[in-house]
Design a protein around this ligand. Structure first.
Ligand code: 0PR
Length: 374
């Protein structure tokens, strides 16, 4: 910090110049985040100073969090779910596994996750002192329930399924996992961080939420396909006892208990999520998802014409192209200012078609891709 400050105008000019180094969303086909809805940004700014670490001071904002949880519970077929808004899919997943561990009382707990699970479960394992066992996938990159069943032992405290996998957007057979979980009386967590605000709005139905009896908890992120502001994820539990398993007493605060991982936490992104949910409604999200899926179909056709096979038939708005040397293609695309990611198993060029992507953007992108592939 300098001894004396500079004017606000100077600082803002400095910030603007620095921000120019960041990538514009119009060139990003690798992210699971998108430009927040303008209303979300406005709502975020209106609640910028709120702190739900001390909800007694912000009963209005706390009410917004309760409303968001209620709206998500209804959408996900658990009218009476219990939960809170976290900082992201990572916190939601860690807290879900923490609840399962605390409820189990087991000494050497393990959790069975699909081989495709997000790396946040590795973080959860490290923090919580839990062993992670990775189950095999079938040829369509869904977790194989038989492999899950084989990994279960007396110390298994939870099974995990993903609804909208990070790399391929695939939906695991949550109903099959549920049967296993119910028959063995094991906690089942669904990571729908990405797919939670896609799957309910697709034409095809995939069982993934609390309608499936064995689902104990679910992660769903408004800061991904919800067009909310960062940080915004929800952790939902079917039973109140699970949330109770996360309680820490906060003796000097007027509110006596906290279930969150974070202490001080913003109400701004919660207000933003409330605002977009209210404004868009289910029909608004249906429109957004339909638009993204239409663009996915457009890519499917165009890459088929180019003779590029897909890793799997897209289920959500993630499409993985089986090109030769995907890392090399990605780096050539980078030279043309396109940001795409690659996958490892199997190797592919991965595109996430988020709401900021338009037909025009894709036309330019596909022309560049065709040139690079020769
Ligand atoms: N679960 C799933 C299925 C996810 O895909 C992700 C993140 C998480 C949990 C963790 O969520 P948070 O990152 O909110 O804690 N998926 C993306 C990923 O790791 C996140 C992302 C977003 C990455 C934007 C890059 C990016 O530009 O790839």
């Amino acid at each position: 910090m300098d001894e004396t400050g500079v004017t606000e105008t100077e600082v803002l000019g400095l910030l603007r110049r620095i921000k120019e180094r960041d990538m514009p969303f119009e060139r990003i086909l690798s992210s699971m985040c998108t430009m927040p809805h303008p209303l979300a940004i406005q709502a975020h700014m209106e609640f910028i100073e709120t702190n739900l670490g001390d909800p007694t001071l912000f009963p209005g904002t706390k009410g917004l969090e309760e409303s968001v949880i209620a709206m998500l519970s209804a959408l996900l077929h658990a009218p009476n779910a219990h939960g809170y808004i976290t900082t992201g899919g990572t916190e939601s997943n860690i807290q879900a596994i923490r609840a399962a561990r605390n409820l189990s009382g087991k000494k050497n707990p393990n959790v069975i996750v699909p081989g495709s699970a997000h790396f946040s479960f590795d973080k959860a394992a490290d923090i919580l002192g839990i062993k992670i066992k990775k189950a095999q996938l079938d040829e369509s990159l869904k977790v194989d329930p038989a492999s899950v069943e084989m990994l279960i032992d007396e110390n298994t405290i939870a099974l995990v399924g993903t609804a909208g996998t990070t790399e391929f957007g695939q939906v695991d057979p949550i109903d099959e996992l549920s049967k296993i979980a119910l028959s063995r009386d094991i906690f089942l967590h669904v990571d729908a961080a990405f797919g939670g605000l896609v799957i309910p709005f697709l034409e095809e139905e995939y069982p993934f939420d609390f309608k499936v009896k064995g689902v104990s908890s679910l992660t769903i992120d408004p800061h991904k396909m919800g067009a909310g502001t960062i940080p915004s994820s929800a952790l939902l539990f079917r039973d109140e006892a699970c949330l109770g398993a996360l309680a820490t007493s906060t003796p000097y605060l007027a509110s006596r208990m906290q279930h969150t991982l974070a202490g001080t936490r913003t109400g701004a992104s919660i207000a933003a999520t409330y605002a977009v949910f209210k404004h868009l409604g289910q029909s608004g999200y249906k429109r957004i998802v339909a638009r993204c899926m239409k663009l996915v179909s457009m890519i499917e056709k165009r890459v088929a014409d180019m003779g590029i096979p897909l890793v799997i038939q897209p289920v959500t708005n993630v499409i993985a192209l089986r090109v030769d040397s995907p890392e090399e293609v990605a780096s050539k695309l980078r030279e043309r200012n396109w940001y795409v990611s690659t996958t490892l198993r199997p190797k592919s060029l991965r595109l996430v078609i988020m709401p900021h992507i338009t037909e025009e953007i894709l036309n330019t992108f596909l022309t560049d891709l065709r040139e690079i592939l020769g």
